[in-house]
Design a protein around this ligand. Structure first.
Ligand code: PEP
Ligand code: MG
Length: 758
């Protein structure tokens, strides 16, 4: 502790001198030279250098104490090149006692850095952007202490002011504005479906920190305390006002857990420590925010990322209070009437800051399907795109933007004709919805009289009202992992029973297929800190975990059996790879059923057990599988990612291989044929079931049960009602023998010629 106090005192003294230099006279370059000299002295380093990010992602040596002066403005590194480039690329610090033997070390003879063995460097950050890198080096193999790193990071905060001021490099240089006016199309993943058309609002609260070095730390602590208290009450008010509060559902839990984070001791303590180190309250918040962002760049676990992104959001909020902002009402006054909100990440409460009436869509550079903001957006019915790389760099505030949450694309500054077509398809969609509402009660029967069952997929309680609205025949896939993912801890049997009970209650007489926990891979739970896997999509996940940790699976089955007392229970297992796995899972169902019976509990009237067809190996065990399963659900998202060895979440590969191709159709045809002969129901519940053209192919291949996102049901119903099956079935067999990479366009032409609604 004493050492820490001494450390803070040292850091405060250094910051004061730094502030005096920065406020002093001379050119920016002269001040920078003084700064590097001071830091080298104070931190007992032979070298201190500052690299500044210039246009074209190049890091240029701008000032140095200890390296050869002629290297200044000559030595340049690409972002990612060498240790300095590594620090900039990952926006994270490095501390190396033996830097020269690090694999990323890039030798630059002009700098004369041969004698220096150790290196410590930190990014110079501002608003999440890397402006440069600050480095110290020593001749000896020095093990830099944690506290020294803290000091260097604090100094970098102050330096960020100088670099961002534009005095060293003109700020315009960092953008290549010529490209800005061209239309851009960026791929993304869909986090919530729908279309949105509006003007770009960049979600950056635009807080300018005027002072980074504190005059009086005590006064800063007082400001910080006041701002934290203000933030807490503003958050309470925000959550209270949220128009959809108390409707029941996981989004409420998401918001509650976010609210708890605002009290997080560790986070607040780190900010207090930075104030102790000599920063103003707002600079301290930003420093901790920088650390959080650096961690986010490294962490792959979606659960931890989500927590970090909540902290990032809270930091923005706190900065807002510190700089005198007022969070009382939704943002909107100065904003356009049709907001397409662009952000790197967005917290669930940040979404509520915007006026719901004006918000047309949200686009995130990061974000996963279980991102908290996606859960809240689902409750509000706002389209959301995620993993839209480059969106912030390409967009300018006020740009026109089209968000296609059907195909997963963002279009910026679209040509007039594209915008008109998009607006037309939005209008057509609205007309169709009105029409669909009228056709909701018409049965999905083909022209030749074949009944196709249309189910919906769900994962949250907020999805369930759509069962009645869409007129679906039931829930063909209830993803039980979704509620698990938005919780902080594993729900026990009683909590699960309540949850499944509510699902069954709300679905009434219609059937529900519960899929047991499909976690692992990219679907992480906080209580499943699995090993870091090289290849998570093919890793320890889903039923594999369930069979290796049967207690968890049995608890879930127990809860399902209890919740379904007196009615039919349908349960299916994800990622079945071998028939023996399904048999073992069935045994567990039977064990739980027998247990409930021996305890005198009310039992489900029947229990039907099914397998998901997601792993190609299962296709070659069909006769054996059909003998032991009550039904099959094709998870086409996973099945085709494995069939084509093509990552389902990689936007670059999004439309590269097509299930509507000879291999895809042959697979579907033979699966449907065999299942029909065995009298076993097969459904398709991957995304393709909800695309009219794909759905057309599926029914043409002999599939009679489709399960899809609720908003897709009316369109697919219209497709079904407009088709004559026998000629379509003949066409599918013919197309399955074709040599085309994709038969999509041929099928589209067929549908158009025959007036099939697609
Ligand atoms: C699938 O893989 O197609 C599927 C329905 O499951 P999920 O998308 O949840 O992996
Ligand atoms: Mg799957």
């Amino acid at each position: 502790m004493t050492q820490q106090v001494l450390g803070w005192a040292g850091s405060r003294r250094l910051l004061r001198v730094l502030r005096d230099i920065m406020k002093g006279g001379g050119t920016a370059q002269e001040r920078l030279d003084q700064v590097v000299r001071l830091i080298a002295q104070d931190m007992v380093a032979e070298v201190c250098s500052v690299y500044v990010m210039r246009a074209g992602e190049v890091l240029e040596l701008f000032g140095t104490e200890g390296l050869k002066p002629e290297a200044v403005h000559t030595t340049r590194l690409r972002n990612g090149e060498g240790l300095v480039g590594n620090i900039a690329l990952h926006a994270r610090p490095l501390r190396l006692a033996d830097a020269q033997n690090h694999p990323d070390f890039a030798y630059r003879p002009e700098t004369g850095e041969d004698p220096f063995q150790s290196l410590m460097g930190v990014p110079i950050l501002r608003d999440g952007r890397v402006l440069g890198v600050l480095v110290i080096q020593n001749v000896t193999q020095r093990n830099y202490a944690e506290e020294e790193l803290e000091t260097l990071e604090t100094v970098a905060m102050v330096l960020a002011e100088l670099v961002a001021s534009g005095e060293l490099v003109s700020t315009e240089e960092s953008h290549s504005d010529t490209a800005a006016l061209l239309p851009v199309r960026l791929p993304a993943i869909v986090l919530n479906e729908g279309l949105g058309l509006g003007r770009v609002v960049l979600h950056e609260r635009g807080i300018v920190i005027r002072q980074t070095v504190a005059e009086d730390p005590e006064a800063e602590h007082i400001r910080l305390r006041a701002a934290v208290a203000e933030m807490h009450s503003a958050l309470d008010e925000l959550m209270r006002q949220a128009s959809f509060a108390s409707t029941g559902g996981e989004h409420e839990e998401v918001l509650a857990s976010y609210r708890m984070f605002a009290e997080d001791r560790g986070w607040l303590n780190r900010i207090r420590e930075a104030v102790n180190g000599g920063l103003t309250a707002e600079a301290a918040v930003q420093k901790v925010q920088n650390d959080t962002r650096a961690r986010m760049a490294e962490v792959r676990d979606p659960y931890i990322r989500e927590r970090l992104s909540d902290l990032d959001d809270l930091a923005n909020r706190l900065l807002h209070h510190l700089t005198g902002g007022n969070d009382s009402g939704p943002l909107g006054d100065q904003l356009p009437d049709d907001i397409v909100l662009l952000a790197r990440t967005l917290g669930p409460a940040e979404l509520l800051d915007y006026d719901r009436e004006r918000l047309r869509a949200v686009v995130l550079e990061e974000g996963s399907p279980t991102a908290h903001v996606a859960v809240v957006a689902r409750a509000l019915d706002i389209p959301v795109l995620g993993r839209c790389r480059g969106a912030l760099a390409e967009a300018r505030a006020g740009d026109e933007a089209l968000v296609d949450g059907d195909t997963g694309q963002l279009l910026l500054r679209p040509a007039e004709s594209v915008r008109d077509t998009f607006a037309e398809s939005m209008a057509a969609r609205a007309r169709r919805s009105a029409l669909y509402a009228e056709t909701r009660d018409l049965p999905p029967v083909t022209r030749d009289g074949t009944r196709i069952n249309l189910f919906m997929n769900a994962g949250l309680l907020v999805d369930l009202p759509q069962l009645a609205e869409s007129g679906a025949d039931g829930i063909g896939l209830y993803r039980t992992e979704v509620p698990f993912m938005v919780r902080r801890e594993f729900p026990d049997v009683a909590a699960q029973t309540r949850l499944y009970g509510r699902v069954l209650e709300q679905t009434g007489d219609k059937p529900v297929v519960f899929r047991t926990l499909d976690v692992g891979g990219d679907k992480a739970l906080p209580y499943w800190r699995g090993n870091d896997e090289e290849n998570p999509a093919m890793g320890w996940r889903a039923l594999r975990i369930g069979l290796d940790r049967p207690v968890i699976l049995r608890q879930q089955l127990r809860a399902l059996i209890r919740a379904a007392a007196g009615r039919e229970l349908r349960v299916m297992f994800p990622m079945v790879t071998a028939v023996a796995e399904l048999e073992r899972a069935r045994d567990l169902v039977e064990l739980e059923r027998a247990r409930a019976q021996s305890l005198g509990e009310d039992l489900p009237s029947t229990i039907r057990v099914g397998a998901m067809m997601e792993v190609p190996a299962l296709l070659w065990q069909l006769p054996q599988l059909l003998a032991v399963t009550d039904f099959i659900a094709v998870g086409s998202n996973d099945l085709f990612q494995y069939v084509f060895a093509s990552d389902r979440g990689n936007p670059r590969l999004a439309r590269r291989y097509d299930p509507l191709s000879p291999p895809g159709l042959r697979l579907l045809l033979s699966l449907a044929d065999e299942a029909r002969k065995a009298g076993v129901d097969v459904s398709v519940c991957g995304e393709m079931a909800g695309q009219p053209l794909d759905a057309l192919a599926l029914i043409g291949c002999g599939l009679r049960n489709l399960s899809m996102a609720p908003r897709a049901v009316p369109a697919v119903r219209a497709t079904v009602r407009s088709v004559d099956l026998p000629p379509l079935a003949r066409l599918m067999r013919e197309l399955a023998e074709a040599r085309d990479h994709s038969v999509r366009e041929r099928l589209r032409g067929y549908a158009r010629d025959r007036g099939i609604a697609i």
